[in-house]
Design a protein around this ligand. Structure first.
Ligand SMILES: Nc1ncnc2c1ncn2[C@@H]1O[C@H](COP(=O)(O)OP(=O)(O)OP(=O)(O)O)[C@@H](O)[C@H]1O
Ligand SMILES: [Mg+2]
Length: 424
């Protein structure tokens, strides 16, 4: 909460699990200093099963992959973990199961010094407004403070004031989807220590401080979901998602060229591009025919044909993102900076097409500050899992239960004053 962060103590072990539509990854980290910096000591990564567009559709299949992935990470970290199995993990919530709501809470301070309790109470008030049976609160992030009409206050605690206003980004998740995910994780004998929205985690790992402060939109283009988050003044102020990703591009290719999904995936990665370039017409690529073995006569098509299948789908994705950002009303506030991550951001021409459709300044991102990680698991597909570790290391205070748990009991006099304040 606010910018006085509580960080995990040196030596602590942290574990993160990202169950994506395409792959399931687990990172185990250890805190190496007093600022929450961590080193990766174990990594597991497997193709996902039983997942579709960020939701569990087959519990057994998803659970088996989670178990294998966690075991792989534990084996790599065995020396440091000294044979103790993992107990707790931070798990991502797919953007498809989450929603972000802005709330503004006003509090009468009555001329005294604003305390931690005053801030927590304001946050708890916003939480009450969003508490519904079918939803679970994931994040309560204070994004803006105003004290007696003065905005731009980073941390109001300790200031004397009559009135305080707090703007809060509340992120809720669909309780049924969460229950399915937690049942998969629990069947692997793990406990979920906290939940974090994927696009928030990706931002925490892949944006630089200036981007988080001055304003930036992070877009994570995964296999089945494109999720995005907006950061400003040090906080995530909004997140949302669209149920389309790299798998849709692959399926379009398989249908358009009547080939298998495996061949389509290979063609996409090897020859695909989000934007046409000169010479595409002259380049011929080989497309194995559907239902024939490798020795059958392949088709030959110009590369421009492949690009012609890919480009409209990616345009559609960016246009939907642009529309959502514009509907949120935050588009102008946040400025022109965009960072792309997620496996599908690696497609050639992605940055140029994003600049064209979004009319923003776009860079390709990947997790920063990853030390000790093999190259194969340090690219933009791993922004979420890496960010989950940052979340576990530095953002303990934002977990909704913590906010209420840490409201200190008031003295009888304080309580009476509060009662008067709230009821008169
Ligand atoms: N080099 C590449 N070029 C183009 N696309 C790629 C490349 N590498 C991976 N992809 C695509 O990235 C997608 C997977 O991305 P990622 O690993 O971020 O997904 P995920 O996190 O499992 O899924 P989601 O976040 O949607 O639940 C796949 O569709 C894959 O085809
Ligand atoms: Mg993902």
């Amino acid at each position: 909460m606010s910018n006085q962060k509580t960080v995990r103590p040196k030596g602590s072990l942290l574990a993160a699990l990202d169950v994506g539509s395409s792959k399931t990854s687990c990172f185990i980290g250890q805190i190496i200093d007093d600022n929450g910096t961590f080193e990766i000591i174990g990594v597991g990564n497997r193709p996902s099963q039983g997942m579709k567009n960020g939701k569990v559709v087959d519990l057994d299949a998803a659970e088996s992959v989670i178990r294998q992935t966690v075991h792989a990470a534990e084996n790599m970290a065995a020396e440091v973990m000294k044979g103790y199995p993992l107990r707790e993990v931070v798990v991502n919530v797919s953007g498809m199961n989450a929603r972000s709501f802005g709330h503004s809470v006003k509090a009468d301070i009555g001329g005294h010094e604003i305390t931690d309790n005053d801030v927590r109470r304001a946050l708890a008030k916003a939480q009450e407004r969003e508490s519904k049976d079918n939803l679970e609160l994931i994040h309560t992030i204070p994004t803006f403070f105003q004290v007696d009409g003065q905005d731009g206050v980073r941390d109001p605690r300790g200031m004397f004031a009559e009135k305080m206003q707090v703007d809060i980004n509340l992120v809720t998740a669909d309780a049924v989807s969460l229950r399915n995910m937690s049942s998969c994780v629990e069947r692997s004998h793990l406990e979920i220590s906290s939940l974090c929205v994927g696009a928030y985690a990706s931002g925490l790992s892949s944006l630089v401080d200036d981007e988080i402060d001055l304003g930036c939109t992070l877009i994570d283009i995964g296999g089945g979901v494109t999720s995005f988050s907006v950061f400003h003044s040090g906080f995530m102020i909004y997140c949302d998602s669209i149920p389309l990703g790299g798998k849709n591009i692959t399926n379009d290719i398989a249908k358009g060229l009547t080939t298998t999904v495996e061949h389509a995936e290979r063609l996409k990665v090897l020859y695909g591009s989000a934007m046409a370039s000169q010479g595409d017409d002259g380049d011929l690529i080989e497309v194995p025919r559907l239902g024939e073995d490798e020795r059958g006569n392949p088709n030959h098509i110009p590369r421009s044909f492949l690009v012609g299948i890919i480009q409209p789908r990616i345009e559609e994705i960016f246009e939907l993102v642009r529309a959502r950002l514009s509907d949120s009303g935050l588009d102008r506030v946040v400025g022109r900076r965009v960072v792309l991550v997620g496996g599908a951001s690696q497609l050639a021409g992605m940055r140029d097409l994003a600049e064209h459709v979004l009319d923003k300044q776009v860079r390709l991102g990947k997790p920063l500050r990853l030390t000790g990680v093999p190259d194969a698991v340090s690219g933009p597909s791993f922004s979420t899992v890496a960010g989950l570790l940052t979340y576990a290391a530095e953002h303990i205070d934002e977990m909704p239960a913590e906010i209420i748990a840490q409201i200190k009991p008031d003295s009888i006099i304080d309580r009476a004053k509060l009662w008067l304040r709230d009821n008169w």
